[in-house]
Design a binder for this molecule. Structure first.
Ligand code: CAA
Length: 258
């Protein structure tokens, strides 16, 4: 499929989506988010893909929702058009793991897009922020909800109320980011991690993603029960037989993703 605002690539069972609106620092217009949704749906339907990476450019992962697009919105434009939900939802609902590889600015909707992914790998140049307050609005794609869960109330309040940006080191220290890597290694290291994930049993990978997300959406007891059910279900997989047989035989497992 031909895209205008993104580039896509497939390698080693990994689907790579590169946001490609460099002049606007990857500002997230509807067209771009529609394309991200379409590419995610495409990779999700592809049995040859086990993990997805979303990245931007060296200067910006994404500088937020497109301000020029929404500056004259009325309430009804935003509400009727279901702005933010309409075409951002696919990032949240994708059942395969999605990793954000962030270099440069991840601001406003850019930070929120990164947080919608399952984990964030950051270049040492990454800068995260929720500067919406400077525009007379507030975060609208999860900033006030996912940030406190990721980094705690104090830092989330600081970022959302003062518009202070945090760098990669602080983001890692605070739990927003899984790994910080030198900028020139960001994409390679993220793709390598994604290829490792994609080499494991896809149904198990999907179950783990579902279980970890449960930790955010249910009580501990509910989550533990959910995990136990998924754990028991794993014994129905051919990949479980293969994984354990391979361990006993002292050889590498060859998962068939079933
Ligand atoms: N929307 C539209 N265009 C944007 C943009 C955005 N969010 N961010 C940057 N751009 C454009 C600039 O207008 C500029 O375009 P021109 O060359 O045509 O003037 C171009 O990208 C380059 O930007 P700058 O010249 O500003 O680059 P800089 O290096 O001086 O500054 C920056 C970089 C600090 C990221 C600055 O561009 C900036 O502050 N951008 C806006 C960040 C922001 O407020 N994001 C939140 C958006 S609202 C939101 O996301 C709501 C939500 O919760 C979903």
């Amino acid at each position: 499929m031909e895209y205008t605002y993104i580039l896509t690539e497939k390698k080693d069972r990994v689907g790579l989506i590169t946001l490609n609106r460099p002049k606007q620092l990857n500002a997230l217009c509807d067209g771009l988010m529609d394309e991200v949704g379409a590419a995610l749906a495409d990779f999700e339907a592809d049995d040859g893909i086990g993990c997805i990476v979303i990245t931007g450019s060296e200067k910006a992962f994404a500088a937020g929702a497109d301000i020029t697009m929404m500056k004259d919105f009325s309430y009804m434009d935003a509400y009727k058009g279901d702005y933010i939900t309409r075409n951002w939802e696919k990032v949240k609902t994708c059942r395969k793991p999605v990793i954000a590889a962030v270099a440069g600015f991840a601001l406003g909707g850019g930070c929120e897009l990164a947080m919608m992914c399952d984990m964030i790998f950051a270049a040492d140049t990454a800068k995260f922020g929720q500067p919406e307050i400077k525009l007379g609005i507030l975060p609208g794609a999860g900033g006030t909800q996912r940030l406190p869960r990721a980094i705690g109330k104090a830092k989330a309040m600081d970022m959302c109320l003062t518009a202070r940006m945090i760098g990669a080191e602080e983001a890692e220290r605070s739990g927003l980011v899984a790994r910080v890597v030198p900028a020139d290694k960001l994409v390679d290291e993220t793709l390598a991690a994604a290829a490792t994930i994609a080499s494991f049993s896809l149904p198990v990978v999907m179950m783990i993603k579902e279980c970890v997300n449960r930790a955010y959406e249910s009580s501990l007891n509910e989550g533990l029960l959910f995990e136990r059910r998924e754990f028991h279900a794993a014994f129905a997989l051919a990949d479980q037989k293969e994984g354990m047989a391979a361990f006993v035989d002292k050889r590498a497992a060859a998962f068939k993703h079933e």
